[in-house]
Design a protein around this ligand. Structure first.
Ligand SMILES: [Fe+2]
Ligand SMILES: [Fe+2]
Length: 337
């Protein structure tokens, strides 16, 4: 599903990006630079600077982790969906997120990363994922808001990644964005139905919006002035639009949607600025954001424990797949002999 600018440094010990990039072959480097300059794609077999490769491994793996951890808050609601229709939609959506994780781990593997190492970094708490999933989904309105707002913010973040300079990532994002669009619309539609229901249902939606609004704004990552890796990622064509600009686009698109829905966005400073032709907004609580990114949100421990258990419970599947593959290899070499 999701991104939060994907330039958040991982914890010490996971040195995805070196402090200094080693000297590169000038001829290969100038060929690479020319390709980037011409807005061409870099493919797995092409030479690329080590910093570019490591930045992509970190970004794509943080993205993959966000997809699979993102299955958890909504997955909890599959058994409690209010109708068969809502259950079928939610199952499809959560399954999509699992698929997004798989495409993205595969894209990271094309850069020479080992999936086992990436998953190990997630499970040991060294790798980051989108902080939004460290908050609980308390009721059915939260599920609608996660679709309508959280997936909405994710689409805003992910559309520019379809033009990322690294081919496998860009191509994976095209399909991901199509599915995200369905996620956003199903969430918005679920909220619309609730807003046309009882006063209690409307109050639930408003409460969910109040709790998630600021967290959605933080999904675009730290302000540009504090965003450590943004500039280089822009030069490399990995990132196309800055965190602050994407955040602004999301706010400008969401305010009219909130009006149609009939909810109030919980920011007294949210006002149309005629001069800028954009909405102004209040201050985001970055201390809370960093506390959550660094492992101290309300659900961080629970989310990781669930992922680790799911991985361990699935060990027999991996064992069976390896045993089958060894058996096939042995059969093939016996036949060849
Ligand atoms: Fe997704
Ligand atoms: Fe999604």
């Amino acid at each position: 599903m999701y991104t939060q600018s994907f330039n958040v440094p991982d914890s010490p010990g996971l040195k995805a990006v070196p402090d200094t990039v080693p000297a590169e072959n000038p001829e290969l480097l100038s060929r690479f630079d020319a390709r980037i300059e011409a807005d061409g794609k870099i493919e797995p077999q092409d030479w690329m600077p080590e910093g570019y490769r490591k930045t992509l491994v970190r970004q794509i793996s943080q993205h993959a982790h966000s997809e699979v951890v993102g299955m958890l808050p909504e997955g909890n609601w599959i058994t409690r969906a209010p109708s068969l229709k809502r259950k079928a939609i939610l199952i499809a959506k959560v399954q999509d997120e699992g698929g997004h994780g798989l495409y993205l781990y595969s894209a990271a593997e094309t850069l020479g990363a080992s999936r086992g190492d990436l998953i190990d970094a997630l499970h040991s708490g060294r790798a980051k994922y989108s902080s939004i999933f460290n908050y609980p989904a308390l009721n059915w309105a939260d599920v609608g808001v996660i679709g309508g707002l959280v997936d909405g913010a994710a689409i805003m973040n992910q559309i520019p990644l379809c033009r990322c300079s690294y081919g496998p990532y860009a191509r994976a994002m095209i399909r991901v964005c199509k599915e995200e669009s369905f996620h956003q619309r199903q969430g918005y539609e679920a909220l619309l139905v609730m807003m046309r229901g009882t006063a209690e249902q409307r109050a639930m939606v408003q409460d969910a919006v109040n709790r998630f609004w600021w967290k959605c704004l933080a999904m675009f990552g730290p302000p540009d002035k504090d965003s450590a890796h943004s500039e280089q990622a822009m030069r490399w064509g990995i990132k196309r639009i800055s965190n602050d600009d994407l955040r602004q686009k999301f706010i400008d698109a969401t305010v009219p949607q909130a009006k149609v829905l009939g909810v109030t966005l919980p920011d007294p400073d949210l006002k149309w600025n005629e001069e800028r032709q954009h909405y102004d907004h209040g201050e985001i609580d970055w201390d809370e954001f960093w506390a959550t990114v660094n492992g101290n949100g309300p659900c961080n421990r629970e989310r990781l424990a669930t992922r680790v258990k799911a991985h361990n419970d699935g060990q027999w599947v991996r064992d069976a797949a390896i045993a089958y593959s060894l058996k096939q290899q042995a059969k093939a070499s016996k036949e060849a002999a």
